[in-house]
Design a protein around this ligand. Structure first.
Ligand code: FMN
Length: 159
């Protein structure tokens, strides 16, 4: 089984989730940061896992575009989806808007993995937004490791 994890990240949280998935998955696993790697040969993979994060209610445009442009091939592959975000109450709604109904219906599994506020990595505007919306003035880790393990387990038991 050859897998690629395609992700977008702003401050590194989604990247660290992608790395954790890679370390837990069996077989040959590649990582592709969509902002750095422009060409990805999806034909070379049996399984594709896609992850992004939410900023101001939406997932990264590059992930949206990647999913739209590759829907046809993604529907032929084993698929997993994940999303990093901090608002637990809105997580499901944000996920539903981030990925198309076709991809959600086709995916073997999806997970809302929680997220992190890394204040030291944010610019002034981002820090102001986070403070206004969440009241947080310090870095917060709300990652949910159990969900990362579940994603891997559910993909592996569906062989
Ligand atoms: C400027 C900004 C806006 C954000 N907006 C939202 C939001 O609308 N909803 C939410 O659930 N999380 C929001 N978050 C939290 C991010 O989704 C969270 O920090 C995530 O872990 C970021 O992952 P990344 O570093 O891989 O981009 C926001 C974070 C920042 C910095």
């Amino acid at each position: 089984m050859k897998t690629i994890i395609v992700y977008a990240t702003s401050h590194g949280t989604t990247e660290s989730v992608a790395e954790q998935i890679k370390s837990k998955l069996q077989g040959d696993v590649d990582l592709a940061n969509i902002k750095k790697q422009k060409k990805i040969d999806l034909d070379a993979y049996d399984q594709i896992i896609i992850g992004g994060s939410i900023h101001m209610g939406v997932i990264q445009k590059k992930i949206k575009k990647f999913c739209e442009q590759n829907t046809h091939i993604l529907l032929q592959k084993k698929l997993g989806l994940f999303l990093s975000c901090m608002d637990d109450e809105k997580a499901q709604e944000q996920f539903d808007k981030a990925f198309s109904d076709e991809l959600k219906a086709h995916a073997t599994t999806y997970k809302l993995t929680g997220g992190e506020f890394k204040l030291e990595k944010m610019n002034f505007l981002e820090r102001s937004i986070v403070k206004k919306v969440s009241g947080e003035t310090e870095s917060v880790n709300n990652l949910k490791p159990d969900r990362i393990s579940e994603l891997v387990k559910e993909l592996e038991t569906d062989n």
